[in-house]
Design a protein around this ligand. Structure first.
Ligand code: GLA
Length: 382
């Protein structure tokens, strides 16, 4: 939706006075999955799909919000007990509350928003929504909160108002995204580096299973608990260790008998994935996309067999990619449905997509959705 379109809808809902318009994107992640809550590395980039919102302070004591795509309205106050019942409104409310908790004063506003980042596809539509409002309110109210803290505002919204104990990757990518660049973020130190990403002769393609499994958020939180338990157990012998990211396989093996088999598998995945992100950084610097691709397949295998966040649909797409000679492919994001991200040679792109659509439909009764990835800028005023 363009700025003009959203402003028009705003006027229809809330009258003639002009709103401000902000946008914030979803993200892809090349590699480094389920590592961000383990103090490890991620490799995301913002995409050309996101959320757009028109906002104007209303001088009243209630926020009035309209979700254009759902044709639903919500009205809520700004005190802790005013949690709205609409799922989408909780994100906006949570962002306001988290800013207030950090000492910021929020004035009530009228707003309409819309998005083109697919919901539940693993491209972080919720982080795009949080970042849009966090960035906008900070800018409009001149609160002076830096972008790292704005990312934490979004993350705490997930923790405290949505119930997902997520890491920082999605909100970070949505706020810090830069056109044509992926970002390697060290979630322990919050140091980050932009990597130009323009692989000559390759495309990044997302295949969306359009499957979203129930209980994904409780399964996500459970993975996090497993990792933290393994990390705490290792830290008893190695007190210098802060996050699972600091552990080696040798250290994990020392506590094998003290943790469950499940926790062991989760931790093994994280330790291996940490090494893979390092390998991919080196490979990217050499322009070695073959290695990047191999690591992506290894990640898929780990996410499927050790971390157990894949599903039949995702594994099926991964198999098709491999059979088709695609350079790299893996489940992207939290898992339990959503997309695979595929690094495909230009000349294979069309035949791979056609092949995947046909075989997937024959097996599951519907085609996957296809998105070509364009790496774009982060949150901004329009
Ligand atoms: C979700 C979370 C992120 C991250 C990914 C998995 O997108 O919001 O913090 O943990 O899953 O890498």
């Amino acid at each position: 939706m363009t700025k003009e379109q959203i402003v028009k809808i705003f006027h229809e809902k809330f009258g003639a006075e002009a709103p401000e318009v902000y946008t914030s994107p979803g993200r892809v992640n090349l590699i480094g999955e389920h590592t961000d809550y383990n103090g490890s590395f991620v490799f995301p980039g913002a995409i050309d799909k996101g959320m757009i919102a028109a906002i104007r302070f209303n001088g009243a004591d209630k926020v009035k919000a309209y979700a254009i795509d759902l044709d639903e309205s919500s009205e809520f106050g700004l005190n802790e007990e005013d949690l709205p019942k609409e799922g989408w409104a909780k994100y906006i409310f949570g962002v306001c509350r988290e800013i207030i908790k950090r000492g910021g004063t929020i004035k009530a506003f009228d707003t309409v928003f819309s998005g083109d980042v697919p919901l539940g596809a693993g491209m972080s539509s919720s982080a795009a929504l949080e970042s849009t409002y966090a960035f906008a309110l900070n800018d409009m109210l001149k609160l002076g909160i830096d972008k790292f803290e704005l990312a934490r505002v979004g993350q705490s919204t997930e923790h405290n108002y949505v119930g997902v104990k997520c890491g920082i990757m999605d909100q970070f990518a949505s706020l810090f995204g830069k056109e044509g660049h992926l970002i390697r973020l060290d979630t322990k130190t919050m140091e980050y580096e932009y990597f130009p990403f323009d692989p000559q002769g390759y495309k990044l393609v997302l295949l969306d299973t359009v499957v979203k499994h129930e209980l994904a958020s409780s399964a996500y939180n459970k993975r996090r608990e497993s990792c933290e338990h393994a990390a705490r157990t290792i830290a008893k012998r190695h007190p210098e260790m802060e996050f699972l990211r600091d552990a080696t396989m040798e250290m994990l093996l020392e506590v094998k008998n003290e943790i469950s088999e499940e926790d062991f598998m989760r931790a093994q995945y994280v330790i291996e994935e940490t090494q893979r992100v390092r390998d991919v950084s080196d490979a990217l610097e050499r322009g070695d996309y073959k290695t990047v691709g191999e690591k992506m397949y290894e990640t898929h295998h780990g996410m499927s067999k050790l971390y157990e966040v894949s599903c039949d649909e995702l594994d099926f797409l991964n198999d098709i990619a491999r059979e088709h000679g695609v350079t790299g492919s893996r489940v992207m994001g939290g898992g339990f449905g959503g997309c695979t991200i595929n690094l495909v040679k230009d000349e294979l792109h069309d035949s791979f997509v056609a092949d995947a659509k046909e075989k997937f439909k024959a097996r599951f009764g519907h085609e996957p959705k296809v998105y070509d990835v364009v790496i774009s800028d982060g949150a901004r005023k329009l």
